[in-house]
Design a binder for this molecule. Sequence first.
Ligand code: GDP
Ligand code: GDP
Length: 462
Amino acid sequence: DMNTEDEAVLQREFDETKQWKNLPLLVIVGRPNVGKSTLFNRMLRKRRAITDPTPGVTRDPIEETAFVNGKPMRIMDTGGFKLEREHGTVEAIMDELVVEKTLAALKKADLILLLLEAGTATAEDEEFIQLLRPYRNRLLVAVNKTEGGRREADAWNFLQYGFDQVLCISAEHGDNMLELSEEITSRLDFSKVEEGEEEKKIRIAIVGKPNTGKSTLSNRLTGTEASIVSDIAGTTRDVVEGDFEYRGHTFTVLDTAGIRRKSRVHEDIEYYSVNRAIKTLNDADVVFHMIDAREGLAEQDKKIIAHASSRGLGVVFVLNKWDLMDQDKKTFKEAVRNIKVMFAQMEYAPVLSLSALEGDGIKELLNTAVMLYNELSRKIDTSAVNLALTDWVAASPPPQGRTNKFKIRYMIQTQANPVKFLLFATRPEAVTDSYLAYIRNRIRRDLGFDHIPVVLEVKGSR
Ligand code: GDP
Ligand code: GDP
């Protein structure tokens, strides 16, 4: 018998006009051209989007929220990637990225729908079947293009691969969509679904020299001194985390080293160790780099900051203990200029004044973190990137000498948070640092990444 709690979940009406969080994830996979995007669009109840008739064209995985059989879920169409492709070509590199994203999606998936096409399995189908072996208990198999019972007999062929069941459908004509929908919802768990927006935590690392105010800030933000207590007993340096809410965002403060009262010497050693910094920064989105405003930046700060920016984290320079300074604009301008001189290559990073002790400037600091997080999360369409790139190259063409000549072909944003772009050029070894810096600056200025580092790599292309 079903208990009342289960019953309540099943009885619950999901309102399509509302937002839902903790949605289960359905991932649709299959070789190109089996009808994945046709099915995706049908489940989204969209009018048929343009499907690409060319088999094997790379498409990024796309994810949307949809209601299937009255239940909300996230559905991902993994696109048109091929598992095998000649190495070293632009297509192969783009495919690698898509494969990477797809494999990550399979791990996160609550249910995987493998789409096949009526007929005999191709070598590529077999590769997918192989790839999905570890996910057998959350796998559902559907055979597409069997409208009007056409080729249904062919579909049973696939049972030889040991699937418990194959569903015959037609994504284009809608045959058996009800059965498919019911099968999908019966295999997903909706008990954790709640009303509200999906929550993303903004992960903050507070770094800086000893005595700059890291623990004062951390304690103020998380409103707790609990972590100090654990310090007395422990000598280990586990990551300390504390959550707090601000403007509808959840923040997590990571490993604020200063929380633990250590001997000065010990802390100095740890602070200047790059390993230590890597550990602290690995999980962060945004770094608050604490500076004692009276002292300014130290030479040793450079290592940590360079590391943060090469990892593509958002960095805020925080001039702390501002309550001890002359509160005029000139003092602030001067301090900002000193930082910009020392870190010319990080001109884009915001500089703020703060009194962690008195709380002045906390709001501005957190607003800045939200702004950086939004920039970090931006993803620009490949077509928009290349439209802009054409302009930038026209405005400042590559050198045309006989030895240093190269041509810019194409660019893609391969990742958000950290933001990474990949530029394809003929003779990538000829592309100068200054040309890359030019492109990087244009990306930042023209595509909305004004205050964060942008990682730009160059790859060869004929
Ligand atoms: P994807 O590469 O797996 O996303 O495949 P598409 O959705 O782009 O579909 C590939 C081709 O198969 C398109 O020409 C579709 O019109 C066609 N197609 C999709 N579903 C069906 C179906 O149920 N029956 C038939 N006959 N063709 C279909
Ligand atoms: P940490 O070693 O970086 O964690 O630094 P602490 O948070 O322990 O702060 C070091 C000292 O600076 C303590 O005495 C704090 O009270 C003081 N301090 C921290 N922030 C401020 C501030 O904004 N203004 C003033 N005047 N003192 C501060």
